[in-house]
Design a protein around this ligand. Structure first.
Ligand code: ATP
Ligand code: MG
Length: 421
């Protein structure tokens, strides 16, 4: 193989995953890694061994593509590109390890010292320390010897390899306390060497935390909310309330695109497309216009909850944030919440719009979210919506809908079109 690295060692946070949990966590992580690698060129096997997860390349692959795909998998703290060798005597290991490090941090011809070097330091900082003046680096060797047949113990290997690196690399000096580069050597049935760690997204692998129903509109907030919940290990189904012909086919396409964009993180999503037009027009006809949004939102929540329960979801997720708009004051959120029995998770409650935008740029949904196609709420918004709705008043006004609303809700649920993302 031409690729410099034979495998990727996946580092994950181990706190809280002892005992039985650990098994579940690792299996979910392996599954999500396999899903993430599916679109990548090349063949890989994902192996759990000695409390480690390795992604082993079985063919040529594109390094950027693979590390990019892995960097979207929740539960991964870091991705270490690894070179793999057959067991060799320690003398040979010394020269191999020194050559590996030289290739990672090549000496710059001009200065006699190294260039910027590899993409990430092994300490998890993700970058090589910039005060590596003139391309000089400090390092430390860290050996783990699981294979007790190997004649030298880990301290001996550390010392011998350290010495060999010093002799071979003029730009390297030892710092055992805060090295920029951790040269890691693992001796098992093979020998693994690595020195970089590309940061992962953290969180928990999707699937360990059950499933939620995300209310996904075409806006900036709800895709970010879905991302945040998935980051804690929760699988996502989504529901979009569509209002044709007031909303165009493009508006639906935008939501499908957003679902696809977050699915890079969340894994497959079942998107429920619900026709909400009839309900919306009925509310518009019967209820005070300053209460339209809040009453509409209550019906969305009711329908979302029905779908959630039918699809084994343990909660609802919205992109609401306290005080963002009139329908999201504390009073309005309380009135909206009232119609649900499942917990409603609002992972963005404490975020300013600017902070939400930053995340949406980082995860790649922003450009799609700001496309102009109307979503159903913007067409039916009142000029002066209530900001302090009272539950008993809203309940009373919802009674104006008594004649037809139940059958309309049933009909809306029947329109459910499932789009597999
Ligand atoms: P977003 O919050 O996604 O940016 P927005 O700000 O236009 O869109 P709001 O009016 O703030 O949407 O709605 C608050 C939340 O209600 C959304 O985050 C979303 O979870 C849910 N929601 C609103 N409209 C819809 C819809 N048409 N379909 C599904 N969910 C919706
Ligand atoms: Mg919003």
């Amino acid at each position: 193989m031409n690729n410099r690295y034979d495998a990727f060692l996946i580092k994950y946070a181990e706190i809280g995953i002892k005992g039985k949990n650990r098994h579940v966590f690792e299996e979910a992580l392996v599954r999500q890694i396999k899903i993430a690698l599916r679109p990548c060129e090349g063949r890989f096997s994902v192996i759990r061994t000695y409390g480690r997860i390795f992604v082993e390349a079985q063919s040529e692959y594109d390094f950027e593509e693979v590390t990019e795909a892995l960097s979207h998998v929740f539960g991964i703290r870091g991705i270490c590109p690894v070179a793999e060798y057959e067991i060799m005597p320690v003398g040979e290991l010394c020269s191999t390890a020194a050559a590996f490090l030289q290739a990672e941090y090549p000496v710059d011809e001009g200065t006699g010292f190294g260039t910027g070097g590899a993409a990430g330091a092994a300490d998890g900082s993700g970058t090589v320390c910039p005060d590596a003046k003139n391309g000089a680096h400090t390092f430390k060797v860290h050996t783990r010897r699981m294979n007790k047949q190997y004649p030298q113990d880990s301290l001996e290997v550390n010392a011998l390899v350290g010495q060999a690196v010093l002799e071979a690399c003029p730009n390297m000096s030892v710092d055992v306390h805060t090295p920029e580069i951790m040269l890691s050597i693992e001796i098992r049935e093979k020998i693994y060497i690595y020195s970089q760690m590309i940061p992962g997204p953290g969180g928990l692998p999707v699937g360990v935390g059950g499933k939620c129903m995300l209310l996904l509109s075409g806006g900036i907030d709800s895709p970010v909310a879905g991302y945040m919940v998935a980051k804690r290990g929760v699988r996502i189904d989504a529901v979009y309330f569509n209002a044709p012909p007031y909303t165009s086919e493009r508006a639906l396409q935008k939501v499908v695109d957003l679902a696809r964009e977050i699915s890079v993180y969340t894994g497959p999503i079942r998107l429920h497309n619900i026709n909400f037009t009839e309900i919306q027009l009925y509310i518009y006809e019967k209820c005070p216009h300053d209460e339209l949004t809040i009453i509409m939102r209550r019906y969305m929540m009711r329908i979302a909850e029905r779908l959630a329960k039918e699809n084994d979801c343990l909660g609802l997720v919205t992109g609401e944030s306290i005080g963002q708009v009139a329908s999201q004051t504390l009073a309005a959120l309380a009135v909206t919440n009232e119609v649900c029995t499942l917990p409603v998770f609002r992972p963005l409650v404490g975020f300013d719009k600017e902070e939400i935008i930053q995340i949406s740029r980082r995860i790649g949904t922003f450009e799609t979210s700001i496309l102009p196609y109307e979503d159903c709420c913007t067409i039916f918004v009142a000029k002066h919506p209530v900001t302090k709705p009272r539950a008993e008043v809203i309940r009373r006004h919802e009674q104006f809908l008594n004649e037809k609303i139940d059958e309309m809700v049933e009909r809306a649920i029947e329109t459910d079109e499932i789009i597999q993302i």
